[in-house]
Design a binder for this molecule. Structure first.
Ligand code: B4P
Length: 192
């Protein structure tokens, strides 16, 4: 299964991708996690990304594509993946298409987790308290939601027009949302 998970910050992409990874037994590729690992390691790329992420902006397309190519050069992505957090703008959507074509692959579905803004803000405020992530402060959250509306919403529209989009209601318990995603990608739920 080759899956692209889309949704606003706080919509549950990372949360559900972690579950899908175990269930579908394919790697979870989170561009946010890859960037945070670079920041934690203090690499030159991480130093460049740190401030951009903390204020809620997008890191440059060039850096992201380099990271993605590197990750997709590993063998474990050959038979499937869950891509979480990419693409976030139309240029990235085009770059992903080109990358997958060059690898002789296509994704099976782009799944958008749909959650209204009020609940997104509530969830991210909860995570700010629980985890203290640098970009979960109110100013950065406002910025991330605006960046999503301005730059990522057109990606959703693009996939919709290509008939590649499946919208899933992201409001509910973790199990409810997970079951909806499996139903949307037509994977049966085994008991337990
Ligand atoms: P990401 O790591 O992708 O962060 P995110 O959009 O906030 O989503 P995340 O997956 O972490 O959270 P989730 O919704 O699961 O990106 C962070 C930053 O990295 C970006 O702002 C940008 O600067 C940079 N970046 C990443 N990719 C990039 C790209 N392609 N191009 C340029 N820059 C890029 O969960 C949020 C909270 O909700 C959690 O606390 C969770 O527990 C809770 N939650 C989830 N599901 C819930 C449910 N059903 N009910 C209640 N709570 C729930």
């Amino acid at each position: 299964m080759r899956l692209v998970l889309l949704g606003a910050p706080g919509s549950g992409k990372g949360t559900q991708a972690a579950r899908l990874k175990s269930y579908l037994e394919v790697p979870h590729i989170s561009t946010g996690d890859l960037l945070r690992a670079e920041v934690a390691a203090g690499s030159p790329l991480g130093l460049q990304a740190k401030e951009v992420m903390a204020r809620g902006d997008l890191v440059s397309d060039e850096i992201l594509l380099g990271m993605l190519k590197d990750r997709f050069s590993r063998d474990d992505t050959r038979d499937g993946f869950i891509l979480d957090g990419y693409p976030r703008n139309l240029a990235q959507a085009a770059a992903l298409g080109e990358l997958l074509t060059s690898l002789g692959q296509q994704f099976d579905a782009a799944v958008q987790l749909d959650v209204d803004n009020e609940l997104l803000i509530e969830r991210l405020a909860g995570r700010a308290q629980a985890e203290g992530r640098a970009d979960d402060n109110p100013d950065s959250v406002r910025k991330r939601l605006k960046v999503y509306d301005d730059q990522t919403a057109p990606v959703i529209e693009f996939y919709r027009q290509q008939d590649q989009l499946t919208v899933v209601d992201g409001v509910g318990t973790l199990d409810e949302v997970f079951d909806r995603i499996l139903a949307a990608i037509k994977v049966s739920r085994t008991p337990g």
